[in-house]
Write a protein that binds this ligand. Structure first.
Ligand SMILES: [Zn+2]
Length: 277
């Protein structure tokens, strides 16, 4: 069993999960020809599709308890393979009310699902003692009528009400979230996509977000998916990040890679790949 905790100096990251989400290859990677996946089978699930863990990273830093991303949200039926985040909190002896900061890497539906609860049409924060953080650019993008339906379908229920509830905080690039955590703009997947750089006691770590969805994209850096809003910028950002992570040997927490999603970008015999921690 891989360890579900990663320590960066004084910062502790625990990998919680809201469950999994699976797609056919041609659905999620419509522009990648089937034959291009030959020899890449190790990156696929047993049925030849792609499967994504819905990690929610619980970070303890500088006296704060932070949850990064909140999954897809409550189950729609007993068979729904997600909706498990609050159960996973219990498994780890944590309560939603222990969290004082909720940080969204971006405003896509699988990262904001548990932000709010609704009773009689009234919204309330699921994390009752938390301030919520989303990038200013994604806040703007998820209100853009041209993008809402296709790109941010649950933002009206899961993000918009944060403002009236008085718990909304907008993030810019390079902003300190705690004394040990700084935002790092990684645009492309969404306009305001943010990674989080952790620096403590001379050690660095990165919460990557959706710069990467599948380990095949480390070698095939130009493979974009239908979820990447700006394919050109997605490729630029991914190349920059993979180069830096390899060069600096920085441990990564990657939301959608296999649980717990902790690993490094390494190179052997000229090939770059994911090495799980
Ligand atoms: Zn995602």
């Amino acid at each position: 069993m891989p360890n579900d905790k990663l320590t960066i100096g004084n910062v502790e990251i625990t990998s919680l999960s809201d469950g999994v989400l699976a797609f056919d290859l041609c659905n999620f990677f419509p522009d990648i020809a089937k034959e291009d996946w030959k020899g890449q089978e190790d990156h696929l699930s047993a049925d030849g599709g792609v499967s994504f863990n819905l990690a929610c990273y619980l970070i303890k830093s500088d006296g704060h308890t932070i949850v990064v991303d909140t999954g897809l949200g409550p189950k729609q039926s007993a068979e729904t393979p997600w909706g498990e985040l609050l159960d996973d909190f219990k498994t780890h002896g944590m309560r939603a009310e222990d969290v004082d900061m909720v940080v969204m890497t971006h405003a896509h539906r699988d990262h904001i699902g548990w932000n709010l609860t609704t009773t009689d049409g009234k919204y309330a924060p699921t994390f009752t003692n938390a301030q919520y953080y989303v990038s200013a650019r994604d806040w703007e993008a998820c209100h853009d009528p041209a993008l809402i339906q296709d790109r941010f379908p649950n933002a009206p229920e899961c993000v918009w009400p944060l403002e009236d509830l008085g718990v909304l905080n907008l993030m810019e690039d390079g902003q300190q979230i705690t004394s040990e955590i700084t935002t790092l703009a990684t645009p492309g997947h969404t306009p305001g996509h943010m990674s989080l750089m952790i620096s403590s006691q001379g050690e660095n770590g990165l919460v990557l977000g959706d710069v990467l969805h599948n380990t095949a994209q480390i070698e095939n850096i130009d493979w974009v998916s239908r979820a990447d809003i700006d394919p050109v910028q997605t490729r630029i950002t991914r190349r920059e990040m993979m180069d830096r992570l390899e060069r600096e040997g920085i441990p990564v927490a990657a939301v959608h890679l296999a649980k717990p999603g902790f690993g490094k970008i390494v190179r052997e015999n000229g090939r770059r790949f994911w090495q799980g921690l």
